[in-house]
Design a protein around this ligand. Structure first.
Ligand SMILES: [Fe+2]
Ligand SMILES: [Fe+2]
Length: 326
């Protein structure tokens, strides 16, 4: 007599189990059944996140050779390398959903998948490195801390480590601006100018207003997103207003005012037309960023080929060794 395995559960049962796991705030793992829409949403979001990490290396990489001291240079190199590492964790997390890193990179290079619009702005002075660390990494942390509780396990776990490193990035940016803001008048002006240029784009990093956000509602229902774009934007403004005061710099937003009734700072409305233009590809650096990325990928082909040839040789040697031992 043979024991029969229970019949494979139908999609209906699988959907019910998935819904129950989401309702209980459990983690979905790669082996679990998941609806196609959930998988597609995560692939899109994690890929966009991974692309942002590696494209984000460019604006700051621009200042490595011109960092004002050995210490600043070492810190900046470490930070840019961290961003490469973030890209790798995230591409690996996306691969658990059944896409390959090569596929995702092709989509990026063909302009068919996005990265954060913030990286299409230029870094004009050294102070921009400070402003990016303080505002851009700061906004990224605000966005990413809730993602540590995202319902998809591999993404949530990648975010835990990334957030620790992002806090260091934010601190180094704040510290660089703090020193400039207390330096010579020209340095103070340079710091203020950088904050003037990065403030509004950093607010746009949270995405369009809730009323216009296409994917938000479903992502919240799936426990991928925990807070809406506008909630996160508010949280970020509440954090940076006192920090700007500590820096002795002003945020270029005349509408910033404490609202005792709400218990939050009021603030102005970003230029959403500019946001849409940059998303569409008409930002100051869109072309340059993608061209540079494609070239870096092509220039690195020999490294990937060499690594694969080395891995194949090692595997062949191991196999030969196993045969001899047998
Ligand atoms: Fe990062
Ligand atoms: Fe970062």
């Amino acid at each position: 007599m043979t024991t029969e395995a229970p019949a494979a559960p139908g999609v209906h049962d699988a959907q019910q189990r998935f819904d129950a796991m989401i309702a209980a705030d459990e983690r979905i793992e790669p082996r679990d059944w998941m609806p196609d829409g959930y998988r597609r949403t995560l692939i899109r979001q994690i890929a966009q996140h991974a692309h942002s990490e590696i494209i984000g290396m460019q604006p700051e990489g621009n200042w490595i050779t011109r960092a004002p001291s050995l210490k600043r240079k070492a810190v900046l190199i470490a930070k840019v390398q961290d961003e490469a590492g973030h890209g790798l964790y995230l591409y690996s997390a996306a691969e658990t959903l059944g896409v390959s890193r090569e596929e995702l990179l092709d989509l990026l290079h063909e302009g068919r998948q996005r990265y954060s619009s913030i990286f299409n702005y230029p870094t004009l002075t050294w102070a921009d490195v400070g402003a990016i660390g303080w505002l851009v990494d700061g906004a990224a942390i605000t966005n990413q801390v809730p993602l540590c509780r995202c319902s998809y396990g591999p993404y949530a776990r990648a975010m835990v480590r990334i957030c620790k490193e992002e806090s260091f990035h934010q601190r180094q940016g704040f510290d660089a601006l703090y020193v400039l803001a207390r330096g010579a008048e020209a340095q103070r002006r340079m710091a203020q100018d950088a904050v003037d240029r990065w403030y509004w784009p950093s607010l746009m990093m949270f995405g369009p207003p809730d009323t216009e956000s296409a994917h938000s509602e479903q992502s919240m229902a799936w426990n991928i997103k925990r807070f809406s774009n506008d909630e996160l934007r508010q949280r970020f403004v509440d954090i940076i207003v006192p920090q700007a005061e500590a820096l002795g710099l002003t945020l270029p937003d005349p509408d910033i005012a404490w609202n005792a009734e709400r218990g939050h700072y009021d603030f102005g409305t970003p230029d959403w037309d500019e946001f849409k233009q940059v998303l569409k590809g008409s930002g100051p650096c869109n072309r340059q960023r993608l061209e540079h990325r494609r070239k870096a990928h092509a220039d690195g082909a020999w490294v990937r080929e060499a690594a694969q040839a080395h891995a194949a040789k090692q595997a062949a040697r191991r196999a030969a060794g196993d045969r001899e031992a047998a």
